[in-house]
Ligand binder design. Structure first.
Ligand SMILES: [Zn+2]
Length: 200
């Protein structure tokens, strides 16, 4: 019988994406076994994130300041906006070193089964951004899965009348693949060879 506090820790880990019961148990017992130093290190990191991370009011990425470093950089091209679902996708695209525009993080993708509707994502904010007239091109860079496709279609329908150029990543990415796990070269190529959805 596991003690109540360890059980609580296992359950907390299990709520993390991609962590099943076995892994959650392994994490919990690892921490219990290694003791205070390891636990303090993790607590410090968590507290720091809680105290210092804000959401950028322009791109909705998580950052230490708002507007974030990317949005406020004079070196970034504000006329090209790459639309992604999560912050982790920004990390992946930045690693390619081949994108010099700015981002817009939707905060997820449309998903009828899980009840994710347009109002749950930063879609209204994206349309408002497109209407400002600074952005000339929106690159829709969503995962090549059903939710990504559904969201792309929705965005094209919504944004097409605004007369802005809409593109999408080239299909170098295998179907069902996550942008955040794609290798840098594949992702750089997908950006380079992006396809036009609407000339704007
Ligand atoms: Zn930003």
């Amino acid at each position: 019988m596991t003690s109540q506090s360890i059980q609580q820790l296992i359950e907390a880990f299990q709520r993390l994406p991609g962590v099943g019961p076995k892994t959650a148990e392994r994490y919990a017992f690892y921490l219990v076994r290694t003791g205070n130093d390891e636990i303090t290190g993790i607590l410090d990191a968590l507290n720091k994130v809680r105290a210092s991370i804000v959401q950028c009011t322009q791109c909705f990425n998580f950052a230490e300041v708002s507007p974030c470093e990317i949005c406020s950089s004079p070196k970034r091209d504000k006329t090209i906006v790459c639309v992604v679902s999560h912050s982790a996708d920004v990390v992946a695209l930045e690693k390619t070193g081949s994108f010099n525009g700015v981002y817009h993080i939707l905060g997820g993708t449309l998903n009828a089964i899980e009840g994710v509707r347009p109002e749950h994502l930063k879609i209204k904010e994206l349309a408002a951004r497109a209407r400002q007239g600074i952005a000339k091109e929106l690159i829709i860079a969503l995962n090549a899965d059903m939710e990504g496709e559904t969201t792309s279609l929705y965005l094209v329908k919504l944004l097409q009348p605004l007369g802005i150029r809409l593109t999408r990543l080239a299909r170098g990415l295998p179907m069902g693949s996550d942008i955040q796990y794609a290798d840098e070269l594949t992702l750089a190529n997908a950006l380079q060879d992006r396809k036009t959805l609407s000339e704007g």
